[in-house]
Structure formats: C-alpha cells, structure tokens
Design a protein around this ligand. Structure first.
Ligand code: SF4
Ligand SMILES: [Zn+2]
Length: 340
C-alpha cells in the first residue's frame, strides 16, 4: 500500500457517523493542568469542544492525528455549542489560562459559527488572563480575528500546528494541507491583529530517524522563532486510527525517546530568540507515548516540565541514565531497526 492510499483509507475509516443531539450537548473533555504566564506558574483550564471536527481529516488527515474520533460527524448547532459551553463554565474556577480546542479549527465556521465564537470568548473575558484556541492557517483572517480581539479583556493566543518548517516533511510525512510558509504568514497576521501566536512543532513524524527528527525540530525552532511568541515541541504519541498507529502495529514506528525531547529543547533553546520554548509531552513514559527505558522516564519528564515552566534548559545537561547510550545508537539505526 502506498503512503497516499494508506492515508486516505485510514481517514475514511475513522470518521464517526452523525451524532444524535444528546451527544452534541456534551463537550469531549475538560481538565486542568500546570502552565506559566510569563514567569508565573498558574493553573490552566483546558476544554475540548465537540464539533464537526477538522475538514482536512475528511480529505486526507495528518499521519499522527486521531482526533476525528472525537467529533460529531456533522456541524454542531449554536444551541448545542452553547449547551457545551454552559456545562464547561459550571466547572470553571477562574483559572487564569484557558485553552479551548475543537479537534480541528476554532475559526472554521463549519465547526464553530462566528456568534458562538464570540459568546465563548465573552464568557471568559475579564476572568481569564489568557485564552488560547487553535486553528488551521487559512482561517486566521482579520475578519475572524478582529471581533474576537475586541470582545476579550486579556490576551488571546492562537495556536497553529506548524509541525515543521521543512516543506517535504510537512507535506509527505505529516500530510498537512498547507505549506510552512502559509503557517508563518498566518502567525504574522495573528500578531499584526494584536494576538499572540503559538506554534506546535511535531517531534518525530513517521519516516524520519530519531536523529533526523531532533534535527528537524532544532532547525524549525530557529526558522519559526521570529514569527511566534511561543513554540511547543510535541513528541508524537500513538493515536487510534492513524497512519502512525498502522506503522506502529507493524513494528515500523517507535514513539520518540524522551532523550530526543531533551536534546531538541537544549539545542532549540539556543535558537529560540525571544520566543518561549516548551514541551509538555502527552502520554509521556507510556509505550504509545514518548518514553525511555522505564527506569528514568518519570525523572526525565519532570525535568522537561520544569525546564519548560522556568525557561531554563541548562539543568537538562545533567540528566543521565544507562539507556542514553542505547538512544544514541538507535538514532543511527531507525526507522528500520525499531524496538518496543
Ligand atoms: S493535525 Fe490538525 S490539520 Fe491535521 S487532521 Fe488533525 S486536526 Fe486536522
Ligand atoms: Zn533510562
């Protein structure tokens, strides 16, 4: 099977059938987590809204993204979205940082209509100091951004899944629809409109060796830093119904080592300019997430989180474990020599 047809087959299989109204009035998930605002540690309120999901996931989808399973299979109505918001607000405890995701793009009208967007932003206005939402670059227009900016007392932050600044890696391995240049242009528009821009950088797309993956992130940090206020390194974890999972089950993909995250942060820190550089790995230490030998995972994850919150990366150089030499050797061998 070619990569192209594999991607389309996986995309077709993962989209759920249209959901009944009862399912559409409940958001996907909500939790709180540690974050930082400037130098201050704060709690962040994270909300995943249930929407029709990312249009690109229907067309082809990205090789590591399984978010389509958390979608409605149709657009949510404004009433359904307001019910989801009301349920979320019941759980909101004035956390200073709020992050709203949709398993797609908050600014795509098919996912969240403009009035519902405004209602959500107004609900947190004057309460959260910063509100983050994510979008594909094509929806980050002045028309979409300006009313939100005018309706929120505080900072708005727009997250863009740039993943890499290498056009070949982005198109052929990650399977994104837009080019790196389109993401950088969108970040420039976001900042020109008075909002903050944050990039997600993907550590270890499929078909890269461990070493190539680290180099890809380090170079991307340097090339993207001037366009963004923050860069978040997101190591791949295996999501259900994805190309990456298909490869993983056939022994052709290992999630990145935590040593790779450490290396990407240490070297990326020197190229980040004025941008914040962070990493909060999902599923860290688990078989389907970024992991080391099992003995040192908790310690290395804690150091990664601490470095990200404090923006001090020097102490990462002191980390060690016997598995580090294994990681160095594997970096030369993958993706052919993959182990559990
Ligand atoms: S990673 Fe983003 S653009 Fe790609 S399919 Fe998932 S939600 Fe869509
Ligand atoms: Zn170890």
């Amino acid at each position: 099977m070619t990569r192209e047809s594999l991607a389309r087959t996986v995309a077709r299989d993962r989209r759920p059938p249209p959901a009944p109204p009862s399912a559409a009035s409940r958001y996907v998930n909500q939790w709180t987590e540690d974050e930082a605002l400037g130098g201050e540690r704060v709690r962040a309120f994270v909300l995943i809204l249930k929407t029709r999901g990312c249009y690109w996931a229907d067309v082809k989808g990205c090789s590591m993204c399984g978010y389509a399973k958390d979608t409605l299979g149709r657009s949510a109505t404004p009433t359904e979205l307001s019910e989801q918001l009301a349920r979320a607000l019941d759980r909101y405890r004035e956390e200073p940082y709020v992050k709203v995701y949709t398993s797609g793009s908050f600014l795509d009208d098919r996912e969240v209509d403009p009035e519902s967007r405004l209602a959500l932003v107004r609900s947190f206005s004057g309460r959260a100091r910063r509100l983050l939402f994510e979008t594909l670059p094509e929806f980050a227009s002045e028309t979409a951004l300006d009313p939100l900016r005018a309706s929120f007392r505080g900072e708005l932050e727009v997250a863009l899944g740039l993943e890499t600044t290498d056009p070949t890696v982005l198109a052929r391995y990650v399977h994104k629809s837009a080019s790196p240049g389109e993401y950088l242009d969108a970040a420039d528009r976001v900042r020109a409109a008075g909002l903050r821009a944050k990039a997600y950088l993907l550590l270890k797309p499929p078909y890269l060796t461990e070493r190539e993956a680290v180099e890809d992130v380090v170079r991307s940090v340097g090339e993207a830093a001037g366009h963004f206020d923050a860069l978040s390194v997101n190591p791949v974890h295996i999501q259900n119904g994805t190309v990456v999972e298909w490869l993983y089950h056939r022994g052709r993909y290992r999630p990145p080592w935590l040593w790779s995250v450490v290396e990407a942060l240490r070297r990326g820190a020197e190229r980040r300019g004025a941008a914040r550089l962070v990493s909060f790995p999902t599923a860290g230490g688990l078989a389907r997430g970024p992991h080391n030998c099992g003995e040192c995972d908790a310690r290395v994850l804690a150091a990664i989180q601490e470095a990200s919150l404090r923006q001090e990366f020097g102490s990462l150089a002191d980390l060690d474990c016997s598995c580090r030499s294994v990681w160095e050797a594997k970096g030369r061998l993958e993706p052919l020599g993959v182990e559990a």
